[in-house]
Design a protein around this ligand. Structure first.
Ligand code: NMX
Ligand code: MLT
Length: 457
């Protein structure tokens, strides 16, 4: 076991005291005004959630416990078994940072990685049975949501709560236990879903308790040279790069403050004391929407389709025409725009940096080239179109096409990888929700008559 629980125990008294003071002294303090526009406009700009681990600035992008992506890359520990300084940090290091607010030591990161690897080694038999019986063509996100929901049977929180033996101050310990189990189980669930889709359920790789969480995802996708069937004959270097792409991707998609659909849904369901398995299963359902996580898949489809229509040199004028046709047919340009961000997403930039660091690998990939070209052309078109508040690339612009490059060609599956990563932020918040004893979430709604009366109509 890692020392995460002990680290949290040390932090809790002070944090609880801070929250109590805020509640007692400032509960009547105004945070902002809620407008009718926000009421009928997806609560946009309405600051009404508490979220501890991350915060999104419209200009700068995401900060994880106050640190931007580059700062995280500079300080978070990477794979302890490798001495390559170009390795990306482990998502497990990010999890420690989110949970505790502190950068883990190498040992703390490595212990947490080992704990997750140990916890993830065995899924419940009934979950494996259910997963193996799901139709091959069932949406991969539905498969993931079902797998997670089935594990509610093993929830320690749910069991203790049902027994009536759990005091409110102790909810968090069992929530933490379940939350870590959710995260730890994702590599194997992902592997089961992928092999269900591509190999009639035949395993594509081995789970290795001595390796990190992202490595195990790659191995179970059949994408490593040592522990898997290496489906695409990747060279040693390509397989190593793929693992690092997985660490990078899953390390920076963990959280995007509280209001995004997957995080918000997880929090909402958890506020009714739904256990972490049920809560995150619901979050996964939210992530599966095309305006949210599924956009990664939409982007890949879009790039491939556009490429098939463009002349080999991909002239700017043809790309512009293509975009205008799409916009004029009232469709969105996938991978562009954001509800909060007003600049290019720094997560997109981090994925682009991955490409730029490997010019030889990507030099003949026309889809990756188009993705890069589009990021220069599409913003101008969207600005001229005049509707989109943020005409710049978002996180989904680059990610899917990079996985596609290495051989993950089953487009609907891409969002499952997003779902692995996104577990870390919302699960962290759920633990802190229980530490603070936050109540059930229940906003007031207005009916049409009340709205009309308010608007003097
Ligand atoms: N292409 C064309 N039109 C757009 C786009 C786009 N990429 N983005 C926004 N618009 C339109 C939007 O549909 C709306 O039109 P209307 O008034 O006719 O309803 C108008 O511009 C204003 O929308 P915004 O306030 O700029 O965006 P909003 O906050 O409502 O939505 C997104 C944010 C991300 C849902 C939206 O930008 C979008 O649909 N983007 C494409 C899908 C996508 O890439 N989603 C991934 C987001 C990241 N993620 O992983 O979750
Ligand atoms: C996310 O990572 O959740 C997306 O960028 C969407 C959002 O923040 O609303």
């Amino acid at each position: 076991r890692s020392d995460l629980k002990a680290a949290l125990k040390e932090l809790i008294p002070q944090k609880r005291q801070d929250m109590l003071k805020i509640k007692q002294k400032c509960s009547d303090m105004k945070v902002g005004d809620i407008t009718v526009g926000s009421l009928i406009g997806g609560m946009r700009g309405n600051c009404s959630m508490f979220w501890q681990g991350t915060s999104l600035d419209s200009q700068e992008g995401i900060r994880f416990q106050g640190k931007n992506i580059k700062e995280c890359q500079a300080c978070l520990p990477s794979d302890p078994t490798s001495c390559d300084p170009s390795d990306n940090f482990l998502p497990e290091s990010m999890l420690w940072l989110l949970m505790t607010g502190n950068v883990p030591t190498k040992q703390q990161a490595s212990n947490l990685s080992s704990e997750l690897a140990y916890r993830g080694a065995h899924l419940p038999d009934y979950t494996i049975k259910i997963m193996r019986n799901l139709p091959q063509d069932m949406h991969p996100m539905t498969q993931l949501a079902i797998g997670l929901a089935s594990m509610n049977k093993s929830s320690r929180f749910a069991r203790k709560y049902e027994q009536g033996s759990l005091g409110k101050n102790d909810y968090w310990e069992y929530t933490l236990d379940d939350a870590l189990q959710v995260i730890a189980s994702l590599p194997k669930l992902t592997g089961l879903i992928y092999s269900n889709i591509v190999s009639n359920g035949e395993p594509l790789g081995q789970y290795n308790e001595n390796r990190d969480w992202s490595y195990n995802i790659c191995s179970l996708l059949g994408m490593t040279t040592g522990d898997s069937i290496n489906r695409h004959d990747l060279t040693e270097q390509q397989a190593k790069d793929f693992v690092n792409l997985m660490r990078l991707y899953t390390g920076i998609h963990v959280d995007h403050e509280g209001g995004n659909v997957s995080a918000h849904t997880t929090h909402l369901v958890g506020s009714a004391l739904g256990d972490p398995f049920l809560s995150y299963s619901s979050g996964i359902m939210g992530l599966a929407g095309p305006l949210h996580g599924l956009a990664a898949q939409e982007v890949v489809k879009f790039l491939i389709e556009m490429n098939s229509k463009l002349s080999p040199e991909m002239p700017k004028s043809e790309i512009e025409d293509y975009l205008w046709k799409l916009l004029n047919s009232k469709r969105v340009v996938p991978g562009y725009g954001h509800a909060v961000l007003r600049k290019a997403d720094p997560r997109f930039t981090a994925m682009l940096d991955f490409v730029k660091a490997r010019p030889e690998e990507f030099k003949t990939d026309r889809n990756v080239a188009l993705m890069q070209k589009l990021s220069e052309i599409a913003p101008k078109v969207l600005i001229e179109h005049g509707k989109t508040k943020n005409p710049y690339p978002n996180v989904d612009s680059a990610s899917g096409i990079l996985f596609y490059h290495y051989g993950i060609k089953e487009l609907l599956f891409l969002t499952v990888i997003f779902g692995c990563s996104r577990s870390m932020g919302p699960m962290t918040q759920l633990v802190w929700d229980r530490i603070y004893g936050l109540p059930i979430e229940r906003p007031k709604s207005l009916d049409m008559d009340s709205l009309k009366a308010l608007c003097h109509l």
